[in-house]
Design a protein around this ligand. Structure first.
Ligand SMILES: C[S@@+](CC[C@H](N)C(=O)[O-])C[C@H]1O[C@@H](n2cnc3c(N)ncnc32)[C@H](O)[C@@H]1O
Length: 274
């Protein structure tokens, strides 16, 4: 009897990773997933996410030729095309956690918005004054705009189809109480922008990246501290969590840290009285 690989159900689309040894059973696996899940109308096989935009390579293996779906979670609605865009069910708790720690009136910058995985729950479930959402992939950006509309959040989200490293050009320097860096791998290269976006002393940054299981958070934190200190910032670790397993040796980590000192604050403190 065939052991069915575990499928992730996103709206009415099932996504399955099929190991090489089951290659010849691809069609059978797709049909069986359809049969066992009456709410599913399309089954796609995924080959992983690639490049800067984390675009997924997939193939329809059973059901209808339509991979656009609507997924609901924590009272939020997400529309997306599962054939090309990532939506990690393993980040479910992290999405809820982010929405629960944002305080009323905060300015939030979501540097890697995707289809709104953090922007939407924060804007809908917390009461920020504004969420700035940056997304570089036009397909993801189109769904981000649609999800802002579907969730009726036009009054609180400002979306930009641009590289988040350009955020400072929009006059956002020192504006964010909270910066979310929901991207990997190599997230550290975006840290200088996150620090400059942050309001400075007291603001929080949430950095996601891949690192070794169990102890990898400590190596990530060393790199964060080094980059911050080189730029004249002081940072304090508030917490870290293993969001999910990524491979036999790597985990997806989230580090939460606070800015305790900024070069701007030091300059202001040292400025001669007027
Ligand atoms: C994997 S998705 C993650 C979405 C969401 N933050 C989450 O954690 O679930 C990462 C997104 O960041 C976008 N991205 C990558 N580099 C970017 C950049 N420099 N500026 C803005 N968006 C970027 C990608 O296109 C992709 O949609």
């Amino acid at each position: 009897m065939l052991k069915l690989p575990k499928a992730r159900l996103i709206g009415d689309v099932a996504v399955v990773r099929i190991p090489a040894e089951l290659e010849e059973h691809e069609k059978e696996i797709g049909e069986e997933i359809l049969r066992r899940n009456p709410s599913i109308r399309t089954v796609i096989r995924t080959f992983g996410a690639y490049g800067q935009t984390r675009t997924t390579r997939t193939k329809i293996i059973a059901g209808e030729d339509n991979t656009e779906t609507i997924y609901k979670e924590h009272g939020c609605i997400y529309k997306l095309d599962v054939a090309t865009l990532l939506f990690c069910l393993g980040n479910l708790y992290e999405r809820r956690r982010m929405a629960s720690i944002v305080k009323a009136g905060e300015v939030v910058a979501d540097m890697f918005a995707g289809v709104g995985q953090f922007t939407i729950p924060i804007a809908k479930l917390a009461s920020p004054s504004v969420v700035y959402a940056f997304e570089i992939n036009p397909d993801a950006y189109r769904y981000l705009l649609e999800n802002i509309r579907l969730n009726k959040l036009e009054h609180v989200v400002r979306a930009f189809m641009d590289d988040c490293r350009n955020a400072l050009k929009y006059g956002m320097e020192e504006s964010a109480d909270r910066v979310i860096m929901g991207y990997f791998p190599g997230t550290i290269r975006f840290l200088p922008t996150a620090l400059r976006l942050s309001r400075g002393v007291g603001s929080c940054i949430h950095l996601h990246d891949l690192a070794r299981k169990k102890t990898g958070w400590a190596e990530l934190w060393e790199s964060v501290k080094n980059v911050a200190e080189q730029l004249g910032y002081g940072v304090k670790l508030i917490g870290y969590r293993e969001v999910k397993s990524y491979s036999p040796s790597l985990a997806h980590w989230a580090l939460d840290f606070r800015v305790d000192c900024s070069p701007q604050a030091v300059r202001r403190a040292n400025a001669p009285p007027r």
